[in-house]
Design a protein around this ligand. Structure first.
Ligand SMILES: NC(=O)c1ccc[n+]([C@@H]2O[C@H](COP(=O)([O-])OP(=O)(O)OC[C@H]3O[C@@H](n4cnc5c(N)ncnc54)[C@H](OP(=O)(O)O)[C@@H]3O)[C@@H](O)[C@H]2O)c1
Length: 250
């Protein structure tokens, strides 16, 4: 069913979701978003709030909250690398879904191994029912599909970062919590609107550019959606060229 909606296009899919979302919001628990102040995370939070969901954003005390200005969201403050902060955040709410849109600091090759361990440990003990994680094309063993063709061996640190992403994915899969992993790559600049041509695919050889707006639409589409259960997706968008015309790649 999800795949049928996916080929119809991302925007149509979101509209169909929005019609029922306010009913789902009343079901149980809210949604906790890690990285919700960021570029992808704030797009996701915007759509969730517009759909009537009960949203809490996990943010550092130093995080810039401007992208969420005026939105009806709650905050919990903490650093995802601090296990106690994550434990307190998850214990402080009755969350049914956790969304992860974090990015590792440059040069940190163990960020996801640590952050996702904290999140899955405490999601398990607090009864979270669903995790939606934004990862990277090439995570873990998936790097083998691209390593030689894209010369990844020659890019310092890249395979280590992707190995760390793979450990994060494996922790999520081993947690026993229903998961959806959406791997992205070659993200277009922040203000790029939905193209209407993005599709999610389980073909793990796909690597095309993506717009955050489309990643956000599909994230919201997967909330509470059994069609996304225990799936690892790549997003294919053949309408976007690389690098973005007239702009530097991010
Ligand atoms: N940007 C890219 O080039 C790129 C490329 C490939 C894949 N991706 C994927 O796209 C997704 C999001 O990317 P993005 O560009 O939207 O990211 P972004 O704008 O840099 O946002 C990252 C978010 O993570 C939060 N964060 C980072 N470290 C944290 C910590 N220790 N504790 C709590 N929060 C922390 C940031 O909070 P602060 O404001 O406090 O820093 C921010 O809200 C990720 O899944 C990433 O793997 C991005």
């Amino acid at each position: 069913m999800l795949l049928r909606r996916i080929v119809v296009g991302a925007l149509a899919a979101f509209l169909s979701f929005a019609a029922t979302a306010s009913v789902r919001a009343a079901d149980d628990g809210g949604i906790l978003v890690f990285g919700g102040t960021g570029r992808l995370g704030s797009d996701i939070v915007n759509l969730l709030v517009k759909a009537g969901q009960d949203v809490t954003v996990f943010a550092r005390s130093t995080s810039n909250r401007d992208r969420l200005k005026g939105l009806d969201v709650k905050y919990v403050t903490g650093d995802v690398l601090n296990d106690g902060d994550v434990a307190a955040a998850l214990a402080g709410g009755n969350y049914r879904t956790v969304i992860v849109a974090l990015i590792a600091p440059q040069g940190d090759m163990t960020f996801y191994s640590k952050a996702i361990k904290h999140i899955t440990d405490h999601a398990q003990t607090t009864g979270v029912k669903q995790i939606i994680h934004h990862g990277a094309v090439g995570a873990g063993k998936n790097a083998e599909n691209f390593r030689v063709a894209y010369g990844w061996d020659k890019r310092p640190g890249l395979l280590d970062r992707l190995a760390d992403q793979g450990v994060g994915e494996d922790l999520i899969k081993a947690s026993g919590i229903t998961y959806t992993i959406i791997r992205n790559a070659r993200i277009y600049p922040e203000d790029t609107p939905s193209t209407g041509h993005a599709v999610l695919t389980e073909d793990d050889t796909v690597m095309t550019p993506n717009a955050r707006a489309d990643l956000a639409i599909y994230t919201v589409e997967c909330v509470d959606n059994p069609d996304c259960a225990n799936k690892t997706y790549h997003m294919r968008d053949t309408s976007l060229t690389w690098p973005p015309p007239g702009r530097g790649a991010e």
